[in-house]
Write a protein that binds this ligand. Structure first.
Ligand code: KG4
Ligand code: ZN
Length: 358
């Protein structure tokens, strides 16, 4: 089956065509991603209204480009899938309404996809991974450890109680005067720095919990910078390296803990941990997770960078998996700015700038 996937929940306007064969394997036939980063750089973050308008202007052409690159007509499609949440509501509405219009006009089934499910299922597209497995999702808006048990069955093991990890990178970059997006800038600056110079806090490590907290870490970076002001380039490198070391330490240890718990619960001797989201691009984090999975006798899968960040292929693939199980949606499917993958997990009410990230 051929599925068109549309992604507009944040600052990427994306469309892709994915084929799923009867044996359950998948192929990306076309994958077009238009980043809006330049539209938001001046503001140091994604401005929802600007993002929504940019999606309106770009989406039709992005879909046309994906169809052309695949050599596929709308009539050839088996379904149209779009992100229906969670995300910035204006952008989600643009993508979902476009998908509904195509589905209605062409008489194709609509699949309203949870964006997080797209991230969660990507490793099944890239690596043919079988259920169940562990997922670490670390992006600008989400930080979660999930047990991916089956299609539509996700159990949240841990989440952030305040800032998402990518958000912590972005805010740290901003307070040090580094450009947006902050993650790559912090990683670059950290390369020449001394990770042991500043002893930054590792939150929530003492407990059994798999939850995260990053807002105190960001504040600690601010205090450390203020204490040595004016900061030099070498100071910034040391601050970034120390911040990154703290982050990698916490994430690696929590993932090790999650692997042990998952093994105890499932009896799987060598579980797989999948990493997704923009922060998965961070090399220091990957190295930390490599070490943690080796120490805890688990396999690590990091999909290629272009499929870790937001894209249409993951939405098309989630749509194809759902379609194969007969899971399609009505044309009145709502856009959902908040849509937890695990509806049984209580929301974590933290103090992040954008509210709880659960
Ligand atoms: O998944 P993504 O592209 O978009 C969503 O948030 O959904 O993730 C973007 C986030 C940003 O916060 C960005 O700073 C972070 O991922 N990021 C990184 C790196 N590249 C991107 N964080 C740390 N190191 C990186 N190399
Ligand atoms: Zn995402």
């Amino acid at each position: 089956m051929l599925v068109l996937g549309i992604e507009t929940s944040c600052d990427e306007t994306a469309a892709a065509i994915v084929r799923r064969d009867v044996d359950g394997s998948g192929t990306i036939v076309a994958n077009v991603v238009l980043s809006q980063i330049e539209d938001h750089t001046a503001y140091g973050g994604v401005v929802p209204e600007i993002a929504a308008r940019a999606h309106v202007e770009a989406l039709d052409a992005v879909i046309e480009r994906a169809l052309a690159a695949a050599g596929v007509a709308i009539a050839d499609l088996d379904a149209v899938a779009a992100t229906a949440g969670p995300g910035l509501i204006g952008g989600v509405l643009v993508g979902l309404m476009t998908a509904k219009a195509i589905a209605a006009a062409a008489g194709k089934p609509l699949i309203a996809v949870n964006h997080l499910e797209g991230h969660a299922l990507t490793a099944r597209l890239t690596d043919g991974l079988e259920f169940p497995y562990l997922l670490l999702l670390v992006s600008g808006g989400h930080t979660q450890i999930l047990a991916v048990e089956a299609l539509g069955r996700y159990r949240r093991l841990g989440t952030t109680i305040d800032d998402a990890l990518g958000e912590a990178f972005d805010k740290t970059a901003k307070l040090l005067g580094l450009p947006y997006p902050g993650g790559p800038a912090v990683e670059r600056a950290a390369r020449g720095g001394n990770p042991a110079r500043f002893d930054l806090p590792r939150a929530l490590l003492g407990r059994e919990s798999l939850d995260f907290s990053f807002s105190g870490l960001k504040t600690a970076v601010r205090h450390a910078a203020q204490a040595i002001a004016p900061v030099t380039e070498a100071d910034i490198a040391d601050l970034c390296a120390s911040f990154q070391a703290a982050v990698c330490d916490v994430v690696a240890r929590k993932c090790g803990r999650a692997i042990d718990r998952f093994r105890a619960e499932t009896g799987i001797i060598a579980p797989t941990l999948v990493v997704a989201g923009g922060v998965a691009a961070n090399k220091a984090l990957r190295a930390g997770l490599d070490a943690a999975t080796a120490a805890h006798r688990a396999r690590l899968i990091v999909p290629p960078g272009s499929l870790c960040t937001d894209n249409g292929a993951m939405i098309a693939w989630a749509g194809a998996e759902r379609l194969a199980c007969g899971l399609v949606d009505d044309l009145d499917a709502p856009a959902r700015p908040r849509w937890p993958l695990d509806p049984t997990a209580a929301p974590r009410l933290g103090s992040g700038q954008h509210g709880a990230k659960a």
